[in-house]
Write a protein that binds this ligand. Structure first.
Ligand SMILES: Nc1ncnc2c1ncn2[C@@H]1O[C@H](COP(=O)(O)OP(=O)(O)OP(=O)(O)O)[C@@H](O)[C@H]1O
Ligand SMILES: [Mg+2]
Length: 263
């Protein structure tokens, strides 16, 4: 009790991210109906729900990948306009999508710096480009070490890495770029059990070391109950539950997902 109060006080009050009354229509279809949620600082927030419940749409509408129909987004208590994903990144929000967001034919350093490299022209620029390339490689080696990935050949295309390793690179990249908020849409989808564990361990570690707040969309109750502090449940475009993990059970969460009535 005492410890909890202290932690909350040190977090400085306002949530890292707050979404208020988010609505999103696709033509006549209401994909999101008045969804509000908060992500506290240093928190791992799970989002669950059946296929088509609106989980990805919620994240995309909050981070500027989709233009929301209405609603507000606040960061650290301040209202922000996030027109596109680039703006989200500038504001410290990194999103790792269902497809990991890596480009398979590029090598790991290129992927780490994807969209951030400074392209320089002229001989001087090329000389700097070369130096940057070396720096990119050395930083990539550090990153891969941090996320426990052994890559024999840094110049090899990233598709030579396993799915789980690619996910780790994606999460590591988000942390590298000092995302204050990292959002993962099905981070452990379609990868082996050991690698799922590695990605979850990485999430927990980055939360500890960097104080990053996470949103993790997942269908896997084991993952949610293993790492999340809180879970919100989506059904039919609405938020139907918002529960602290320690106050709930899988049965309750699954009941809310499926709409089985709860007393
Ligand atoms: N670009 C789009 N255009 C039209 N409808 C869309 C679009 N994106 C999502 N939808 C619709 O919005 C609803 C919510 O979809 P969303 O992808 O957010 O679900 P989800 O909860 O992420 O599901 P899953 O677990 O399968 O990833 C669905 O009915 C879907 O068909
Ligand atoms: Mg989805």
């Amino acid at each position: 009790m005492f410890i909890e109060t202290t932690v909350q006080a040190s977090q400085g009050g306002a949530p890292a991210l707050e979404a208020r009354n988010i609505c999103k229509n696709f033509g006549g279809i209401k994909a999101l109906d008045d969804v509000s949620f908060q992500l506290n600082k240093g928190e791992i927030l799970g989002i669950v729900g059946d296929n088509g419940a609106g989980k990805s749409t919620l994240i995309k509408s909050v981070t500027g990948a989709y233009r929301k129909s209405s609603g507000d987004v606040l960061l650290n208590g301040n209202s922000v306009e996030i027109e596109n994903t680039r703006k989200a990144r500038e504001l410290g929000i990194e999103t790792v999508y269902q497809a990991s967001g890596l480009v398979e034919v590029m090598d790991a350093p290129s992927n780490l710096f994807l969209g951030r490299e400074k392209i320089q022209s002229g001989w001087l620029g090329q000389a700097f480009g070369f130096i940057n390339r070396r720096k990119m490689r050395s930083e990539t080696v550090d990153l891969l070490k941090t996320v426990n990935i052994k890559v024999r050949n840094l110049s090899a295309p990233i598709r030579n890495l396993s799915g789980g390793q690619q996910q780790s690179v994606a999460v590591g990249r988000a942390a590298y770029w000092q995302g204050e908020i990292i959002i993962l849409d099905e981070p452990a989808n379609n990868i082996g059990v050991d690698q799922q564990r590695a990605v979850l361990a990485l999430i927990e570690r980055i939360r500890e070391t960097h104080g990053v707040s996470f949103i993790m969309i997942s269908h896997n109750m084991d993952h949610i109950f293993k790492v999340a502090d809180r879970v919100i449940i989506m059904r039919g475009g609405r938020k139907v539950g918002d529960l602290r993990i320690e106050d709930t059970t899988r049965e309750e969460v699954v009941g809310l997902i499926t709409g089985a009535s709860l007393a």
